[in-house]
Design a binder for this molecule. Structure first.
Ligand code: PGA
Length: 219
């Protein structure tokens, strides 16, 4: 079981409060060094495909490795929806990060409109088949309508989507979207849910710890 906390553009908790927790933290770039120094398994929230160059505002895989960062998220729905990232760009980011030696959690998921139009599997297929197969690649299934809304997918909905993703790519699949201490155990009880990518609840140390404990008691 893998639990990762995505702090998004929040300062986040004191990394020292998370020492000893079996989890990945994904703080904003400005806090990566603090998290690494505290001994946490630390991932960036995004990474560029080039090693260096005229790419204002981007950070490269070697830059993250130099800091002691172990991996990166790519393709978070906020990147896709608010910053125009595409399947092709997300795949390039994933491939470059993996070949540089970083681990990658690639996020996929459908919008409410797509789910209601019965397009969930088509969307997931398009997002997943763009990605490379790699031992250091993990997928996070994050239905866009469940992110930050308090409306988590039901365990059965998560299970169906995870089983479909695994039919396309043999990788661990985390669930993300309003994971909280009170719904984590139900999600983790599903056979194809291999952990969680936690947003809001990862900013509160007690909530994040409770979710990590739910994962540990399933594994
Ligand atoms: P949430 O965010 O847990 O606040 O819904 C999840 C995510 O965006 O990764």
């Amino acid at each position: 079981m893998i639990v990762a906390g995505n702090w998004k553009m929040f300062r986040g908790p004191d990394p020292r409060a998370l020492v000893g927790l079996d989890a990945i933290v994904c703080p904003p770039y400005t806090r990566l060094a603090d998290c690494v120094a505290a001994g946490l398994t630390t991932y960036a929230q995004n990474v560029h495909w080039e090693s260096e160059g005229a790419f204002t505002g981007e950070i490269s895989p070697p830059m993250l490795l130099e800091l002691g960062v172990a991996g990166s998220l790519v393709g978070h729905s906020e990147r896709r929806q608010l910053f125009g990232e595409t399947d092709v760009g997300v795949a390039r980011r994933a491939e470059a990060a993996l070949s540089a030696g970083l681990s990658v959690i690639a996020c996929v998921g459908e919008t409410l409109e797509q789910r209601e139009a019965n397009e969930t599997e088509d969307v997931l297929r398009r997002q997943i088949t763009a990605l490379p197969q790699d031992d250091r690649l993990v997928i996070a299934y994050e239905p866009v309508w469940a992110i930050g809304t308090g409306l988590s997918a039901t365990p059965e909905m998560a299970q169906d989507a995870h089983a479909f993703i695994k039919s396309l790519l043999r990788v661990p699949v985390l669930y993300g979207g309003s994971v909280k201490p009170d719904n984590a155990a139900g999600l983790f009880a599903q056979p194809d849910v291999d952990g969680a990518l936690v947003g809001g609840a990862s900013l509160d140390v007690d909530s994040f710890r409770a979710i990590c404990q739910a994962a540990a008691s399933r594994s």
